[in-house]
Design a protein around this ligand. Sequence first.
Ligand SMILES: Nc1ncnc2c1ncn2[C@@H]1O[C@H](COP(=O)(O)OP(=O)(O)OP(=O)(O)O)[C@@H](O)[C@H]1O
Ligand SMILES: [Mg+2]
Length: 167
Amino acid sequence: MIRARSRSPEDTRQLAASLAELAQPGDLLLLVGDLGAGKTTFTQGFAASLGIDEPVTSPTFTLAREYHGRLLLHHLDVFRLDQIAEVLDLGLPELLDSDGVILIEWGDAIRQALPNDYLEVALTFADGRDASPDERVVALSPVGPRWQARSDTLAAAIRQWAGEPPC
Ligand SMILES: Nc1ncnc2c1ncn2[C@@H]1O[C@H](COP(=O)(O)OP(=O)(O)OP(=O)(O)O)[C@@H](O)[C@H]1O
Ligand SMILES: [Mg+2]
């Protein structure tokens, strides 16, 4: 697991933008974290780095949105569990084959049904006495050979956010 620390929404966007520079067609990212942890904020930075100018909003009520940039970005949200079947109907392997990159908010809810190659990005509220409300821990878990082969590159890409929390 590769850990980093974000101290502001802008930090999260920039960290995501650095990761997007490594994005390849067929990549799948699972965004995991409680309500308001920053999954959509992460997606906004990721999209901007792909050259997408459109505002990226939460797809909660639309299931999936598609944005055209350097790569085609599919932004999905499975917050409502009854959306799981609909998400699976979208045919994720086909989306990945068509030069797309998929980011799924609440992706852990359908982990069992996903291809076994993905990057899990877990955002958690930092705890601790001195933690600011804007602080998040960002943990990257590369799953499967496609992502494990990029572990060192991922760690290097987010090195500037790897600092220890202030004491
Ligand atoms: N370090 C941070 N990283 C990301 N967002 C932050 C941070 N600090 C504060 N915020 C704020 O937290 C909120 C995160 O909202 P966002 O919609 O990105 O979360 P989410 O995980 O997508 O929530 P939901 O589960 O409702 O989809 C925003 O209002 C953002 O400004
Ligand atoms: Mg969201």
